[in-house]
Write a protein that binds this ligand. Structure first.
Ligand code: MTE
Length: 338
């Protein structure tokens, strides 16, 4: 059953408020605008976790792979790193490439067509802030300097859907080494492209564009943190975050920022996109934990994309605790699981 809620841009004229309470209203609008990701766990809203919109009935894989003429296509497939085995079946490619979250192109899941408008060349990546020397590098040059491999990872969205996919790319620690941060840098802040001309979602002023995410340097240097440049043995489809995105499988999916243009090293914890919208519900750490509910839904289990097996239990750190739990020792006072 679908329950209609009013979206931020549908506020009646009477909701317009004097400037004195503008900030209060802006918070409300931001919360309403965040509706899909906020309400998804309950499956209440069109465009969030609506089973009638699963990918099986949607566009063909061939359409999802407009990137086949990509100048880096000859680099794929890359050898698989077998360290990170999964006990789950790999999600079918059609589902993983047609059921997406990419708010720049719309606050629903069927943004694959819209995302084809994103121009991928030229694509430069800037490294700045607390680094030995700031630099901007062309993506096609950067990728050829990185140790490419494939990793099959589970992915757990905060909305309680999950997939298992073969990412191609490189360990983020190789990128951190390339950036050469100063010893005093504590965090890496990542930023998605900003171009409302091609990404209509970015015209919605109640979102704090561009999309921003962050990790501690220790998290970024952990071997599990991965910069994904490809999917299913080919360059990354635009809707999945081409040409480069983060994959941090022990965290909720919103941490895995897409279409990155900037890595900034800093000693201040960055405020992230969803934290800025609704800090009571989305935090900086966002580690997966089935025992800690989202304020408005349970995180105990999850729905696997593309199969009809019912819900399966969610695991702490999404099953990657042996690789990452040590990162959080001594941080028990922090909200590590939201
Ligand atoms: N990155 C950007 N720039 N914009 C987004 O809307 N959505 C996030 C994350 N990265 C998002 C993003 C969320 S909520 C999830 S679950 C994953 O991307 C979805 O990745 P997928 O579409 O490849 O499954």
């Amino acid at each position: 059953m679908l329950t209609r809620i009013r979206r931020g841009w549908e506020l009646p004229e009477s909701a317009a408020t004097p400037e004195s309470i503008y900030h209060e209203r802006r918070s409300l609008v931001k919360a309403l605008a965040a509706g899909p990701i906020l309400l998804a766990g309950g499956g209440l809203l069109v465009g969030c976790d609506d089973p009638d919109q699963t990918a099986s009935s949607m566009s063909p894989v061939s359409r999802a792979h407009a990137a086949e003429t990509d100048p880096t296509a000859e680099l794929y497939p890359v050898p698989r790193n077998e360290t990170y085995t999964v006990e789950r079946a790999i999600t079918d490619e059609e589902s993983a490439t047609t059921y997406n979250n990419f708010y720049e192109f719309g606050s629903h899941k069927q943004i694959a067509d819209e995302a084809q408008a994103l121009p991928l060349r030229p694509w430069t990546v800037t490294f700045d802030g607390m680094v030995e020397k700031e630099k901007t590098v062309d993506f096609d040059t950067l990728i050829r300097q990185m140790p490419l491999e494939e990793r099959v990872y589970r992915h757990r969205c905060v909305e309680a859907w999950a997939m298992t996919v073969p990412w191609s790319g490189f360990a983020m620690k190789a990128l951190v080494d390339f950036a050469a941060p100063l010893g005093s840098a504590k965090y890496v802040r990542m930023e998605t492209f900003m171009d409302p001309g091609v990404a209509p979602g970015q015209k919605a002023s109640w979102y704090p564009w561009p999309y921003v995410e962050g990790l501690t340097i220790e998290e970024a240097r952990n071997d599990l943190a991965f910069i994904a440049t490809g999917l299913y043995g080919r360059p990354m489809p635009k809707q999945n975050g081409a040409p480069l995105r983060l994959a941090v499988p022990w965290k909720y999916g919103f941490k895995s920022i897409k279409s990155i243009v900037r890595f900034s090293f800093t000693d201040e914890r960055p405020t992230t996109f969803w934290e800025d919208i609704q800090s009571r519900e989305y935090g900086f750490w966002a580690n997966v934990n089935p025992a800690v509910s989202h304020p408005r839904w349970s995180q105990a289990d999850e729905r696997l994309l593309g199969v009809d097996t019912g819900r399966v239990p969610t695991r702490i750190y999404n099953g990657y605790g042996e690789f990452v739990s040590h990162l959080y020792e001594g941080l028990q006072d922090q909200k590590l699981f939201m």
